[in-house]
Design a protein around this ligand. Sequence first.
Ligand code: PHB
Length: 391
Amino acid sequence: MKFKTMAALAVTTAFAVPLAQAQDTIKVGVIAAFSGPFADYGKQMEGGIKAWIAKNGDTVAGKKIQVIYKDTTGPSPEIAKRLAQELVVRDKVDFLAGFGLTPEALAVAPIAQQAKKPMIVMNAATSIITTKSDYIARFSMTLPQISAPMGDWAVKNKIRNVATVVADYGPGIDAEKAFSERLAKNGGKVVEAIRVPLRNPEFAPYIQRIKDAKPDAVFVFVPAGEQSIAFMKGYRERGLLDAGIKVIATGDLTDDHVLPAMGDATLGVITTFHYSAAHKSPENEAFLKSFAGANPKGGRPNFMAVAAYDGMNAIYQVSQKLNGKIDGPKAMAVLKGMKINSPRGPISIDPATRDVVQTVYVRKVEKIGNEPYNVEFDQFPNQKDPGKEGK
Ligand code: PHB
């Protein structure tokens, strides 16, 4: 709008329309790593957001949705915090969103709380995150939610003695605890528990330790991407496959985006997870089509793209319900109990914890045509985050 018309409008409506209502955009600030070792996280989320907008347009309740992307280069909690402050104070965003890595989500939680800004978590998966601000709603997963069912599946399938390998930070420790407890409850046992550093882990010596412990299987959580590739390379090269030691893992290990580059050592790997690109449903078909159209060089979308797509769906629903006037407490009331027919299957937001409730699938890496996929063959419906039981 030209200044002259704006001035004219101001004269006629100065007393009738408060300034906030005159704004014609809803702003979403997306904080994630877009460069550095976790660059794929930001790119997947951006891809999912673009897929949502391509399918649903960029206007809600008569307002234009403006997405502002900010690169933490992380994992970097300090940068994430500074970017959140800038987005709130300078850009005056209505929503904070993104968050691939737990330390970055934790660093931003106090800002969401203080500024009363809804914070839509699109990956970061340590159980405790949603307890750190009343303004957080999580559309991804939690590691206990994904890992505990594997403790059931393993024992049912005669896997009793297990070595665990997890990244040594929030989500890894959550995964180790939830899996080990469920395994023990079913009569299984952890024979070796290994934690590897988050930054640049050297897997070879750990993999040797696993081999020496002679377990039935190794349970793995490493953050999706480069580390998945590094672990599977070590697994193959150190002869675990030949020694008959199976891999059971959270689906981060066989992340859809990197799976095609991981080679045949992944064939047969069993994982529990909330999303597979091979999930059969009309919602997933529509998502894959929209993702491919909006991201011609994006490759295969993974779980972070789906969580971002669903997170945008939630932002649109909130904006619609509030008629374009975003207010923190009112937005949270809309988010609590929200239901979405996600590309992964039905999900909802638990009103008590603001965490996602969803089906956890058991999958096996198999080839469909020439390409490896996580093929779902069993499921645990309606899983809440067990990490918050009794809290
Ligand atoms: C996290 O930091 O919370 C995180 C990162 C990567 C994953 C899962 C969780 O694959």
